[in-house]
Design a protein around this ligand. Structure first.
Ligand code: KIV
Ligand code: ZN
Length: 531
């Protein structure tokens, strides 16, 4: 049998995905995600856009320092400052890649860059040349390639290859292309750009018309051998092409496509879940491959067929993507070892202290619930074992609600052994709890997203509350489970506030040297007693 063509998987969850609203992550969260991407087997991970912010720079540096195996890419516009900053962040990587981009469509040249085609060609030559003088692995992206005049696109790609680009990525930046157009663009670039046979061609598609994954496959038909994508399809506007969908299309239809990747498909569900936990952004239930209903059969005829032989209605076995079963998995008498093993099966590689904490939560739950399902175990890890120090702990919570009347919440928090208590009244019980917490932390938040899910089947199931809130300019998420939804919401909100407090403290420390007066003012406002 002829050897199959290999497709490189370039994950940009931590860059294109993370820059979309509601998906920002702390450096620690990005590191956790990067470890899972490594387990998943991606070939390249784009860790961020180092010049965009201090946080992005730190995250790329941290990922570059720790992750071994995959190539680590950092994004840079086509100018000296961006490229040098990207290299500064990437240089500790085992296999660094500078990814530089410049728009090439007439629309972008005229309205955004206000540059001529000649000026843009010069900028590409200089930027790629500079990147190549620093790093042996350089990717160039003509932004908005999908709407770029084909002859000019060929010229731009030619200049980039001459200047030393090793990968050419042709993005459909605005999700405008139809499949035949996207396929043809690759075929034309491959045929017409001198030296194209020496570089890897890459797809990068957005989902504005719901065509991102289909266009990725079209790009592969046209000759691309790298795909850029994100977990759960997160990304600008309607998102990027979803990694799990591309991978499973290549896997299930290998007979027709004849392409293979290095992805370990059993890690897909864990990657999706981890991202949800990090960002607080859940996928819809019917999301292909990783949605809760992706393998659920509701219609009687379907259930009957699946019971007789799963092949009747299932083209993928849930196990192939690491989806947990709905069966009872553990009970009150299960030990730490069984728990650790079950987490391994679910794709979670917990450290010893994390197992200890999970076990404590598990035994608490097993006392109240007879049967523990995979979903319960996932809820426990999704609550997080964040290594971030919690500034405040909730030690007491009470709320009084009357239908038609206002609600009052009383919250007691402890911080470094000191206990503080306050109450607030609002129209609803959750709002009252959040306002009481705001009064105690001194950091008012605005709720951006609030979701409640039941955990596991049965009436003894607990509720999982996910909250995303904006504090100052920062957005963070918190997730807590419990029988009392209002209390779980208060705890989730406090978790998000603790993350914001931690981030503000770290920024204040960094700013102190640059702008001591402003930094001190900020610290005194948030932490009157010092930190
Ligand atoms: O969509 C796009 O064009 C991008 C580039 C920076 C590659 O994300
Ligand atoms: Zn993009």
């Amino acid at each position: 049998m002829a050897a199959m063509d290999k497709v490189l998987v370039f994950d940009t969850t931590l860059r294109d995905g993370e820059q979309s609203p509601g998906c920002s992550m702390t450096t620690d969260e990005k590191l956790q995600m990067a470890r899972q991407l490594e387990r998943l087997g991606v070939d390249i991970m784009e860790a961020g856009f180092p010049i965009a912010s201090r946080g992005d720079f730190e995250a790329v540096t941290a990922v570059a320092a720790e992750i071994r195996g995959p190539v680590i890419a950092g994004l840079a516009r086509a100018n000296e400052a961006d490229i040098k900053r990207a290299w500064e962040a990437l240089k500790g990587a085992e296999r660094p890649r500078i990814h530089t981009f410049l728009a090439t469509s007439d629309i972008h040249l005229q309205y955004k860059l206000r540059k001529t085609r000649e000026e843009v060609l010069r900028m590409i030559r200089e930027a790629v040349g500079l990147a190549r003088s620093l790093c042996a692995d350089v990717e160039f992206s003509p932004e908005d390639a999908g709407r770029t005049d084909l002859n000019y696109l060929v010229e731009c790609c030619h200049v980039a290859v001459e200047a030393g680009a090793t990968t050419l990525n042709l993005p459909d930046t605005v999700g405008y292309c139809l499949e035949p157009e996207y396929e043809k663009m690759f075929a034309d670039v491959k045929a017409r750009v001198p030296g194209a046979e020496r570089v890897t061609l890459s797809t990068h598609t957005h989902d504005d018309l719901g065509l991102a994954v289909a266009n990725t496959l079209a790009g592969l038909r046209g000759g691309a051998r790298q795909v850029e994508c994100t977990i759960n399809g997160i990304g600008e506007r309607a998102g990027n092409a979803a990694l799990e969908e591309i991978i499973m299309a290549l896997h299930v239809r290998q007979d027709k496509l004849g392409l293979e990747t290095s992805i370990r498909t059993e890690e897909l569900f864990a990657a999706s879940q981890l991202l949800t936990r990090m960002t607080g952004v859940a996928v819809q239930r019917n999301k292909a491959i990783v949605g809760r209903n992706a393998f659920a059969h509701e219609a009687g005829i379907h259930q009957d067929g699946v019971l007789k032989n799963a092949i009747t209605y299932e083209i993928i076995s849930p196990k192939t993507v690491g989806m947990p079963s709905n069966e009872i998995v553990l009970g009150k008498h299960s030990g730490r070892h069984a728990l650790a093993k079950r987490y391994e099966d679910l794709g979670y590689h917990l450290s010893k202290p994390e197992i200890e904490r999970a076990y404590a939560r598990f035994t608490e739950l097993a006392d109240r619930k007879k049967s523990i399902y995979d979903e319960d175990l996932l809820a426990i890890v999704h609550e997080g074992f964040d290594d971030l120090p919690e500034t405040y702990n909730l030690t007491h919570f009470q709320n009084v609600t009357r239908s038609g009347g206002p609600s009052t919440a009383t919250v007691e928090l402890s911080r470094d052994g000191e206990v503080v208590r306050d109450s607030a009244t609002a129209d609803g019980p959750c709002d009252a709890a959040f306002r009481a917490i705001d009064r105690l932390t001194g950091l008012p938040g605005i709720i951006v997203d609030f979701a409640v899910h039941t955990v596991g089947p049965g009436t003894d199931g607990t509720a999982e509350v996910t909250i995303r809130a904006r504090f100052d300019r920062l957005e963070f998420s918190g997730k807590r489970t419990g029988h009392n939804i209002v209390e779980a919401a208060a705890r989730a909100y406090l978790q998000a506030a603790n993350k914001a407090l931690y981030e503000l403290r770290s920024s204040a420390r960094a700013e102190r040297s640059a702008d001591p007066v402003h930094a001190n003012e900020m610290v005194n406002r948030m932490f009157p007693g010092g930190y």
